[in-house]
Ligand binder design. Sequence first.
Ligand SMILES: [Fe+2]
Length: 309
Amino acid sequence: MEPGSRAHLGAQRFAVPAIPGNAIVTQKESHTCSLVLGGLNRPAYETSGRAGPCLNPDLRGFEVFMPAIKRLYEVCKRSFSDNGPLSAEALEHVRSVLDDIKPSDVGLEDEAQKARGWNVSMHGSNGRKGRNGNNQYLPPIKYLHIYECESFSIGIFCMPPSSVIPLHNHPGMTVLSKLLYGTMLVKSYDWVDTVEPIDPSKARPARLVRDGQMSAPCGTTILYPASGGNIHSFEAITYCALFDVLSPPYSSKDGRDCCYFKKSSKEDISGVVPSAIRSSEVAWLEECQPPESFVVRRGPYKGQIVDTK
Ligand SMILES: [Fe+2]
């Protein structure tokens, strides 16, 4: 990792601007998708969390008795390939299981309680404690890695209040995100199919898909390679945890690098964007380096374990 190099939001790597004292993660954990299971009613897995029957009507197999994270792993393994979701139905199965994941399944119940007790009016909205005026900054964003293989990755971003994950993309990827606790602002775009080809290395028009607040509990959102808001940013209002499933994962060798974007000063879309799209919906986005203040550290995952032995 070089100072000032591009940051990646994949499960396996972070190369973010070097700031003294930062413990940046560059480690790639290699897993295979192999798994040895026992009989239908005796799954041979280990877990550190609860194992109870799942009431989800979308699940019809042995996985109904599994702990939530193990269940998610099994469904992901069946639903994703190296090229992404196998079908729309398979993707819906993953969404359905992800919808049921709770902070307690991933060892974040205490953090969720902290988020529920967070009050912006008491602490200020700038990440400092407002009342005592000692300018005490909150901790950095943490990434809790759970699992990764060639087909998918699973992990959690834990964000303190006022922290920002800047506008970035997921090229060629499908992303399922479940906000486990907290409240955040979400902004997302998709590239517009322009009337004439545009040099992708310069500013490109993108259509606003979402610009609003999201609070837990809420359902899983899905971003597709070219729709659903594939280019997005998050700003935490309270303590937040965002559970991400990516398929396929970021991979430089396969052309799936994470890029960051900022709004260009360009505004005119006449003759560039189909006339059915209003200029108020469009922003010109250009690639940029992430801000130096953007720091992600690897954090310990304390939830249920995915055992692939
Ligand atoms: Fe993302």
